[in-house]
Design a protein around this ligand. Structure first.
Ligand code: HAM
Length: 436
């Protein structure tokens, strides 16, 4: 095979593409009940949007970006010139930064205005080591709510996420909802300092990466997969013990609202998430079956400083994103069948060459009536057309031959019962519709 899809990417063949479509339809249905509207932003942005938005010291920006240069920029680089910032583009590793940029650019949340709720779906790109549930091009569905600071907004977003997953058929018992608060500018700097000191004091028992992070991004150490690091960090001070009174109260209200709504969750004081824009509430949903180590099917949180990074007025924000490929693994593990591809309802067969033009016209009439109609374009014999009809999954065959043409009718055969009858086109349409 001379060409294959690039490592870490996967073609969405029709069945999978249909599942992606079905999951987006479910998202549209659930999210619209909460007042969300669809938005789309470019697949690439100026690199700086991600650097400022997600944070230079994150793995996503520091190690996993796909840069995108136009030919023009490549020529400038080859000639020894640095490309302009506006020509230095990158494929989006996530869409929160792009949506925040768009909200500021179009002034979608004017000061004192109502909050805006947006959702999106599309491909994201991260140069990670591919493994089960981890791709370099993957598909996310995400939501962002801009302009709402109250903890009820956090609880609503989390409940909507669980509503969405349960609606897809992922059993509630197989999902763990983890929540934490990351604090804010008032309390996090001091906590970072405490963790930094803890890391330096325990450097002997930690991997070089964790020690290196002490200065750049100490909280990321909590995400280290090395079991020795995990054991050492188990004794590190917890953010929940360092929250300022405002953050502690915000977090307590979020938990109270979730509890009152009957939503089970676990407090996860070491959940820090991999993106630097978070303030206060963060959350993640992990599944216990079918995913191995890449078990987070969705996650998100609050980012009250992000819009100001893009030159907007200080505007609170929060949201989440879910991973399509991981949702599919979770659905497979739960035994939820993929939606069946829409099959033709009726196959139009021509008895001989003379009937082909009439068969072509009949297929057109059936489609105009809203039916899914298929016909042969390979000049096959009637016998082969009938075989093809069987294989196509259609329930009916409409047969046209010299007798039917002479009578201005067609023969309609029901494939399951083998019953057939002579009908007009209109009668056939009604019979087929009647069986839907
Ligand atoms: P994230 O946790 O980086 O958050 O990604 C969200 C979800 O995308 C993950 O839980 C996972 O299901 C899926 N995902 C991430 N990376 C991969 C990958 N390499 N392969 C397959 N699936 C993957 C965000 O992206 C934030 N923008 C979420 C957010 C929105 N926070 C606030 N608003």
């Amino acid at each position: 095979m001379p060409y294959q899809a690039p490592t870490g990417t996967a073609d969405l063949l029709p069945e999978q593409a249909w599942r992606w479509d079905a999951i987006q339809r479910q998202a549209a249905s659930v999210f619209s009940r909460y007042g969300y509207q669809l938005i789309d932003t470019p697949i690439f942005e100026q690199l700086d949007v991600f650097v400022r938005g997600i944070g230079e010291a994150t793995d996503v920006v520091g190690k996993e970006m796909y840069l995108a240069f136009s030919q023009h920029a490549v020529e400038a680089i080859a000639a020894g010139q640095a490309p302009k910032a506006k020509d230095t583009l990158a494929l989006r590793p996530e869409q929160t930064a792009g949506v925040a940029r768009a909200v500021v650019q179009h002034n979608l949340v004017p000061p004192g205005g109502a909050a805006i709720k947006l959702w999106y779906a599309g491909s994201m790109f991260r140069h990670e080591r591919p493994q089960k549930g981890r791709l370099r091009e993957f598909h996310q569905i995400g939501t962002e709510c801009l302009g709402a600071a109250e903890p009820s907004a956090d609880a609503e977003v989390i409940l909507m996420l669980m509503d969405f997953f349960e609606g897809l058929g992922i059993p509630r018992a197989s999902m763990r909802l983890l929540v934490n608060s990351m604090g804010d500018d008032a309390c996090r700097p001091a906590y970072r300092q405490v963790v930094r000191e803890f890391i330096l004091a325990h450097a002997d028992g930690l991997c070089p990466e964790c020690v290196r992070r002490a200065d750049s991004n100490p909280l990321r150490a909590f995400d280290c997969k090395n079991p020795d690091c995990q054991a050492v960090l188990a004794a590190a001070p917890l953010i929940t013990d360092s929250l300022c009174p405002q953050c502690a109260e915000h977090y307590a209200t979020v938990r109270q609202l979730l509890t009152e709504a009957g939503c089970d969750f676990e407090q996860a004081p070491r959940l820090v998430r991999g993106l630097d824009y978070y303030t206060r509430t963060v959350f993640e949903v992990q599944v216990t079956d079918g995913l191995g180590s890449q078990n987070a099917i969705g996650g998100g949180g609050r980012y009250d400083k992000l819009l100001a990074e893009f030159g907007g007025k200080p505007t609170p924000g929060l949201g989440f994103a879910v991973g399509f490929e991981r949702i599919c693994l979770a659905l497979d593990a739960a035994g939820v069948a993929a939606p069946v591809l829409p099959l033709p309802e009726v196959f139009v067969a021509a008895v001989d060459t003379q009937a082909r033009a009439a068969a072509f016209a009949l297929a057109g009439q059936l489609r105009s009536a809203g039916l899914r109609a298929e016909l042969d374009h390979q000049n096959r014999s009637l016998k082969s057309q009938l075989k093809a009809a069987d294989k196509s999954g259609a329930s009916w065959v409409a047969i046209l031959g010299p007798d039917e043409l002479a009578a201005g009718q067609l023969t309609l055969r029901h494939l399951a019962s083998h019953e057939e009858q002579r009908t007009t086109t209109q009668q056939a349409i009604e019979l087929i519709r009647g069986e839907r």
